[in-house]
Design a protein around this ligand. Structure first.
Ligand code: NAG
Ligand code: NAG
Ligand code: NAG
Ligand code: NAG
Ligand code: NAG
Length: 255
């Protein structure tokens, strides 16, 4: 099953002639927009001897925390984070909050920020951008951004991106013909695919989601109710994730 959120993006892209890139960074961004794929979690099965502490799992593309429940458990997710400074070589990743993408096929609802470092130049973009124009918000390192997605039904949702420094809001209404299950909620830093391979995962230091919570008809949940996901590529664990203290914070450190 293909996520209709992704499908819509592909259709949009097919009908829009992309501008000719004028720099390496723009070329990279254009390629990324073109090739960006909606990405459910890609889990890595661990050999028994490598199994970490309870409730820790490994993935090649997600790092953060995931809470699972029955269908219809999660209808809203929120979290606040500070746009990171990036260092090191070229790379790209996203920080987002979302519903599904774990145990609901390819259906996924997410909102957040992409960040790219190319030849030392860092840029930020709202996700999902192409599908829905989030103009009217400019992004810089150090901005404190509150992300909220709320599903009003399994096919219609609202994404709010709020600049807590200015109380500036961007609100988008999203629709999909592919039903969400509302069976997982997550706070994630993600490496994403361009073409068929993962882009290099950049050194973002630490990203901390604060005031992270999910809610629905049965109550309110924090990241601590879920599973910690560490990102692992080529047998190397690249993150150190903590929900310690169960204080509604998720800390994702690049290591
Ligand atoms: C947030 O507000 C700060 C302070 O006015 C501004 O510099 C920054 O560009 C804003 N960021 C967003 C995402 O609107
Ligand atoms: C921004 O959105 C939040 C949450 O929906 C709302 O409480 C707040 O009043 C909005 N602020 C502005 C300036 O629109
Ligand atoms: C969960 O929701 C999805 C999407 O709405 C649906 O296809 C699936 O059958 C549901 N599963 C259960 C166990 O109700
Ligand atoms: C968390 O939420 C509370 C209440 O809305 C707010 O006062 C506080 O500034 C928020 N803190 C962070 C770090 O997001
Ligand atoms: C969560 O993180 C924020 C920002 O680092 C910190 O100010 C706050 O104390 C933390 N919350 C708790 C409950 O520890």
């Amino acid at each position: 099953m293909v996520s209709k959120f992704a499908l819509l993006s592909n259709l949009l892209l097919a009908s829009v002639a992309l501008a000719i890139p004028s720099s390496r960074l723009e070329a990279r961004l254009a390629r990324r927009r073109e090739g960006r794929q909606s990405s459910p979690i890609s889990r890595i099965e661990q050999p028994t001897s490598d199994v970490g502490p309870a409730k820790v799992e490994y993935s090649s593309n997600w790092a953060g925390a995931v809470v699972n429940g029955a269908n219809g458990t999660f209808t809203s997710v929120t979290g606040t984070f500070t746009l990171p400074t990036l260092s090191g070589g070229d790379g790209a990743a996203s920080a987002w909050v979302g519903i599904d993408g774990d145990i609901c096929g390819n259906a996924i609802l997410q909102t957040g920020i992409d960040f790219v470092i190319s030849s030392g130049v860092v840029s930020y973009e709202v996700v999902p951008r192409l599908r829905y124009d989030f103009s009217g918000i400019s992004l810089a390192a150090g901005d404190v951004i509150k992300l909220t997605v709320t599903a009003s039904s399994t096919t219609s949702s609202t994404a709010v991106i709020q600049n807590l420094s200015t109380s500036q809001n961007v609100t988008k209404f999203l629709t999909s013909s592919s039903a969400l299950c509302e069976s997982s909620a997550e706070w994630i830093v993600q490496d994403f695919e361009e073409g068929n391979s993962l882009v290099p995962f950049p050194d973002f230091g630490i990203i901390e989601f604060t005031n992270a919570s999910a809610s629905g008809p049965y109550g309110t949940y924090t990241p601590c109710d879920g599973t910690v996901i560490e990102l692992e590529q080529n047998s190397q664990v690249l993150t150190s994730v903590s929900t310690s203290g169960c204080n509604s914070n998720v800390t994702i450190q690049y290591i």
